[in-house]
Design a protein. Structure first.
Length: 164
């Protein structure tokens, strides 16, 4: 069953690239990311995929400052990729410091929130549904899941911004 408003974020670990070197791989827990914070989260099928690169991530890059100005403590992108791909994609997309690019390399988090899907027919394997949510101190207050991974309206940055 997919995560819904009122649900607690599951205990998970995420990987991300630190600023110190090309091999500065770091790990953060869900508590470190969500505890005591208001977090805007968006999940997507994968780095460098068409809708993710053309619409979803660029939309959040555009409104990240506005989300922060409205009381969001951090903006987080989660994808089932490795930290090196997420870091390269962030640099290619000009993400900057306003969005934390987290990877869920084993799909543990994505499976736990019930938003995984099998895209093996497209050569991608297990991936994430396209979604966005607001998490307040580890509890989901708003969640938006697209009916198709090719759509990017309900989970868009503008839609989430309107819900903050």
């Amino acid at each position: 069953m997919a995560i819904k408003a009122g649900d607690r974020i599951p205990v998970s670990s995420f990987m991300w690239m630190g600023p110190d070197s090309e091999i500065d791989v770091r790990t953060s827990t869900s508590d470190e990311i969500f505890k005591g914070k208001k977090v805007a989260v968006f999940g997507l099928p994968g780095a460098y995929t068409p809708v993710c690169s053309a619409d979803h991530l660029p939309g959040f890059v555009k409104v990240a400052d506005a989300l922060l100005e409205r009381g969001v403590d951090s903006v987080v992108c989660i994808s089932i990729n490795d930290p090196f791909v997420m870091d390269a994609w962030a640099k290619a997309q000009g993400v900057g410091d306003n969005i934390q690019m987290l990877c869920d390399p084993t799909a543990a988090f994505t499976n736990a929130i019930g938003l995984s899907l099998d895209l093996a027919d497209f050569g991608l394997g297990v991936r994430s549904e396209r979604y966005s949510m607001i998490v307040d101190d580890g509890v989901v207050s708003t969640v938006n899941v697209e009916e198709s991974i090719l759509a990017c309206a309900a989970s868009s940055a503008d839609a989430l911004l309107a819900q903050v």
